[in-house]
Design a binder for this molecule. Structure first.
Ligand code: THU
Length: 138
């Protein structure tokens, strides 16, 4: 069990995710997503969705956040915050769940949309995960 994140931390990540969402490149879906990933060292990695004319080449906000963290040498995470303009808070898509689980199953996820908030744990969002351990690597 992980302890619930402090409100001040959530607010900081939410602000970062909102700023990232404002930079989303989503001309095809019009669905802007912002993400903020908190590294164990306290650093915050923002991400936004980056769409592409080859639709399947689109990258989600969560994955842009994870990849920029890994580039900075951070692979351990404490919290993921998402922001969209949907009617209800949305969880990470299946591909992003798989990418996130590579770096740990116990990741609290908080999603905001129009003032509403939803909370999950990655372990619940992705039951029976395929992980590095599945390859016998850990
Ligand atoms: N999207 C994300 O950025 N994250 C998710 O978890 C769900 C979907 C993006 C991908 C695409 O640009 C748009 O939202 C519509 O699917």
């Amino acid at each position: 069990m992980t302890t619930p994140p402090e409100r001040a931390v959530v607010d900081r990540l939410r602000a970062s995710a909102e700023e990232a969402m404002s930079r989303a490149y989503a001309p095809y879906s019009g669905f802007r997503v912002g993400a903020a990933l908190l590294g164990r060292d306290g650093s915050v990695f923002p991400g936004c969705n980056v769409e592409n004319a080859g639709y399947s080449s689109t990258i989600c906000a969560e994955r842009t956040a994870v990849t920029s963290a890994v580039v900075r040498g951070v692979r351990e995470f404490e919290l993921l915050v998402l922001v969209t303009e949907a009617d209800e808070p949305t969880p990470p898509c299946g591909v992003c769940r798989q990418v996130l689980v590579e770096f740990g199953l116990e990741l609290p996820v908080i999603s905001f949309a129009r003032g509403r908030e939803a909370r999950w744990n990655l372990a619940d969002l992705l039951p029976h995960p395929f992980t590095p351990a599945s390859l016998g690597r850990v």
